[in-house]
Structure formats: structure tokens, C-alpha cells
Design a protein around this ligand. Structure first.
Ligand SMILES: [Zn+2]
Length: 247
């Protein structure tokens, strides 16, 4: 049944499951290499090309960098697995509810990077302390309802509402969520968010920021740095770095 569903989705999408799994594996290797590894927790999804009501993510027992065509599952927008071997992640509702709310989003990342979790625990808003931080000058919502996992549709919908139209958000004492028009964008936003949080922790530990540049200048740089071209270039560069390190 599951294999039939996988074959049917493969046929209707025009993109092979191997290609989608390859993208997810590259994204996972990049994220793991850049500080987003938390054992088997954390996941990346891609909306299924040709079927916006479904998305693909790794199954639960594998790490970010272990994705293959054999361990991905297809999930529908109710959060139910419709094809693939292995259990879907319990937090699949983060993805399903964001895809429901944001038709322009084609990839979602949820990870638990340590600096972002630490900054969320401080309870202070993100500050424009460096170039990565400017990407979030248009807003970085914080979901503070629970430290627990997002394991049902109601909680997933609350996360999606909190994210609103933004690129990224913090889940307080838990992790991050990013949303992009492509997997390159979603991964790039996750990387620069963790960079921005790490920078802010360093500044906070040293006594806090002395001054800030004007908000309009910060916002203009943030718009430029959030461009799809920069996301694609960064993703391609880090994919080469990850491939060069592969055993
Ligand atoms: Zn989580």
C-alpha cells in the first residue's frame, strides 16, 4: 500500500523520489555540518512537486544527514503518513500546518540548534548585531506556549499562526522553524538564524550592544541578504563543502 502510494506520487509529480530524497539529504548534511544536529531530532520537508497537498520528509529513526529514497515518507496536510516505510516524525504537524497556511512555501526546516535555543531562553528579541541578524529585521516571532513537542494539528496551527508571513521563528526553549519558497531558502534562513543567535549571545555575554545602525539601513540589507540568489549560492557552496567531506 505504502509502496503503491509512493509510486503513484512519483508518477504524478514528474520528479523522482530519488531526486527529492537527494535534495533532502544535501539539506540535512548541510544543517548537520553547521550545528543543527540533535541526534535524530530535527527535520526538513519539501512540498511534493505536482501535489501541493502532500510533502516529503525523512522518517523518524534517521538523522538529518542520513536521508535516502528508502527512508522518506510522504505526509498529507492533515499530518498523516500516506506513503513510505517507517514512522513519520511526531512533529510533522509543524510542516503540515505551515503548508496549509502558506501556499507559497515549498520547504520547511525545524531543528534544535543550541545557540538559537539559548537565545530563546533569554527572552530577548533578536537585535541587528551583524549581517545575518538583518535577515530577521522584518520580524522573528517567538512561540512560547510550550517547551513540549508539537505533536498535534492544533499545536501545529498555533505555530503556523505565530510564524505568520515571516521567514523564521523561534520556539522558546525548543528550536527554530524556517519557511522558504525553496529548500535552498529554508535551509539558508535556518543557517543565518543560528549565526545571528550565536552572535547575539556573544554580545550579550560581553555586556550587550553599544549602539545600532538605523532601522532602514538594517532592513535594506536584510532584504538583499534574504534574496533567493544568495540562498541558492550559499546552499550550493555548502553542498560542495559537505560532499568534499563525505567518506
Ligand atoms: Zn522539535
Amino acid at each position: 500500500m505504502a509502496a503503491d502510494g509512493m509510486r503513484r506520487d512519483r508518477a504524478t509529480s514528474g520528479t523522482s523520489m530519488e531526486e527529492i530524497a537527494g535534495k533532502l539529504a544535501t539539506a540535512g548534511r548541510i544543517l548537520a555540518r553547521e550545528g543543527h544536529r540533535d541526534y535524530t531530532r530535527g527535520h526538513v520537508s519539501i512540498r511534493l512537486p505536482g501535489n501541493p497537498e502532500r510533502f516529503v520528509m525523512k522518517s523518524q529513526r534517521f538523522g538529518l544527514e542520513e536521508v535516502t529514497a528508502d527512508n522518506v515518507v510522504i505526509v498529507d496536510l492533515s499530518g498523516e503518513k500516506v506513503a513510505g516505510e517507517g514512522a513519520r516524525h511526531s512533529e510533522a504537524f509543524i510542516h503540515s500546518e505551515i503548508y496549509k497556511a502558506r501556499p507559497e512555501v515549498h520547504a520547511v526546516v525545524h531543528t534544535h540548534p543550541i545557540h538559537a535555543v539559548a537565545l530563546s531562553a533569554l527572552g530577548k528579541p533578536i537585535q541587528p548585531l551583524g549581517q545575518p541578524s538583518t535577515v530577521f529585521s522584518s520580524g522573528l516571532p517567538v512561540f512560547a506556549d510550550t517547551i513540549d513537542l508539537i505533536t498535534d494539528a492544533a499545536r501545529g496551527a498555533a505555530v503556523a499562526r505565530c510564524l505568520g508571513p515571516h521567514r523564521a521563528m523561534l520556539l522558546k526553549n525548543h528550536g527554530i522553524v524556517t519557511a522558504g519558497a525553496s529548500i535552498e531558502e529554508a535551509v539558508y534562513f535556518a543557517l543565518v538564524l543560528e549565526d545571528a543567535c550565536r552572535l547575539q549571545l556573544l554580545v550579550e555575554a560581553a555586556g550587550g550592544a553599544g549602539s545600532f545602525f538605523p532601522a532602514e539601513e538594517v532592513a535594506a540589507l536584510g532584504r538583499r541578504l534574504a534574496s533567493p540568489a544568495i540562498a541558492e549560492t550559499t546552499f550550493a557552496y555548502l553542498a560542495r563543502c559537505a560532499a568534499a567531506e563525505a567518506p
